[in-house]
Design a protein around this ligand. Structure first.
Ligand code: UGA
Length: 437
């Protein structure tokens, strides 16, 4: 099939490449010339494992191209909308400007029978509005809402082997003509047994908001337990292991630490609350305010623990932060808890050096006032305290005996509870975890 993918960021670039991998002829469109030039040269404009290899493989097939020119959408059977929906400046709601702009510029190129497929995360009710606008310019075109559940760092595998495919269509019916067309797009996945569910547009939009809210709630739940563990001398990691053995609870997303960040969970729970308010259902989601508050409190707690670790004063203390990305295997620093802690320590007088295998260029753009050092050994020289804030494998594997001779004082705060506390203590370190004695 011929497919258009509008928006070539973390979602769209991966989606375009994966659709070409499935055998389709794909054109990726974005207004950002830098991104398009990079992708045209088979280089992803961000770090995502396996994506560059995939782009390189596809280059030989000639099935994948990128352009800034929207007229390239003409002649495609299916047009995916993969643009960002960031949080509005100074408000909780989602900014839908990119979604509306993408649809507006796509409309002149639509033909009867074309399917527009929304993948961006949007407030419930957006799809019905977009469907109306599409019908006004091309009554024979259809809109499907097909939310995306990929995780950064696992995006290629999550796109090609998703847990499920969700199609939202106007009448919620399996017989909707767009269902057959989208089934053709995903035929290889469906053939491999990936479950597919057809539902009405608002349900499909809500599936995404509900999934991310549930994940955020799970993380804040365990972080709330960490607070209670700290107050009572219990160990949150053992607690998570024990409750996680109950199938109904499950161990995934129960890692206590500095909390969630990134371009999705924080802004999605806020946008969900804002939308519920508009719908008069705000009471239903007031718990998400608490989920957000627990999450933000983790960052403040780490600053306090670092002060305690440095024997009461941060002024002129040399702090090395291991990890800047919001999670490992990503260079994304949007709402990164690690960076926000680093910036707060800096503003309180500490001399902060941040290191990360992939995210330093993005981090330096966001917080130019911090010091950055790519080499881990250089970054930790003479440090008064180390803070492990993003659990990259290279930091999890650090040898406490080797490191002890490089730092100024052997003190470490394990913000992700991934280190062996006994081993670090045996090597002479003052070790502090979160929610662990
Ligand atoms: C999240 C969802 O997991 C995806 O399913 C969804 O498609 C995506 O948002 C999206 O809306 O586009 P992502 O933002 O890539 O994916 O990252 P996650 O793996 O969900 O991690 C989010 C944050 O939670 C990270 O900062 C991570 O460190 C933190 N986390 C995760 C914890 O603090 N504890 C855990 O147990 C798990």
């Amino acid at each position: 099939m011929r497919i258009t993918v509008i928006g070539c960021g973390y979602l769209g670039a991966v989606h375009a490449a994966c659709m070409a991998k499935l055998g389709h002829e794909v054109v990726g469109i974005d207004v950002d010339e830098g991104k398009i030039n990079s992708l045209s040269g088979a280089v992803a404009p961000f770090y995502e494992p396996n994506l560059n290899e995939l782009l390189e493989d596809l280059r030989e097939t000639g099935r994948l191209s990128f352009t800034t020119d929207m007229t390239a959408a003409a002649g495609s059977d299916v047009h995916f909308i993969c643009v960002g929906t960031p949080q509005k400046e100074g408000e909780n709601g989602a900014d839908l400007d990119y979604v509306y702009a993408a649809t507006l510029s796509l409309r002149p190129h639509l033909r009867a029978g074309d399917v527009v497929v929304g993948k961006s995360t949007v407030p419930v009710g957006t799809a019905a509005r977009l469907a109306g606008r599409i019908r006004n310019s091309e009554p024979g075109a259809h809109l499907v809402w097909n939310p995306e559940f990929l995780r950064e760092g696992h995006a290629v595998a999550d796109t090609l082997q998703p847990d499920r495919l969700v199609y939202g269509v106007q009448d919620g019916s399996e017989d909707h003509p767009a269902v057959t067309i989208l089934d053709r797009v995903y035929s290889e996945l469906l053939g491999a047994g990936i479950p597919r569910m057809v539902m009405a547009l608002p349900t499909a939009e809500l599936v995404k908001a509900a999934a991310n809210s549930f994940l955020a709630t799970k993380i804040s739940f365990i972080n709330a337990m960490a607070e209670v563990c700290e107050a009572s001398g219990a160990d949150v990691t053992q607690l998570a292991d024990a409750i996680g053995m109950d199938d109904r609870i499950g161990r995934k997303f129960l890692d206590a630490g500095i909390g969630f960040g990134g371009g999705c969970l924080p802004k999605d729970i806020r946008a969900f609350m804002a939308r519920a308010g508009e719908l008069g259902a705000d009471q239903a989601l007031t718990f998400l305010r608490e989920v957000d508050a627990i999450n933000v409190r983790r960052r403040e707690r780490v600053v306090e623990l670092t002060r305690a670790l440095c024997v009461g004063a941060l002024q002129d203390k040399r702090i090395t932060v291991l990890g800047a990305a919001f999670k490992p295997e990503s260079d994304d620093v949007r709402d990164s808890p690690a960076l926000s802690i680093a910036a707060e320590l800096h503003s309180q007088g500490a001399i902060v050096t941040v290191t990360d295998p992939k995210a330093l260029p993005n981090a330096a753009k966001r917080f130019p006032e911090l010091q950055y050092e790519f080499d881990t050994e250089w970054a930790i020289q003479g440090a008064d305290a180390l803070l492990l804030l993003t659990e990259w494998p290279q930091y999890r594997g650090l040898d406490p005996y080797e490191l002890a001779g490089m730092v100024g004082s052997p003190r470490i705060l394990d913000g992700r509870n991934v280190l062996d506390a006994a081993k670090w203590r045996a090597a002479g370190w003052t070790y502090r975890g979160l929610g662990r004695p």
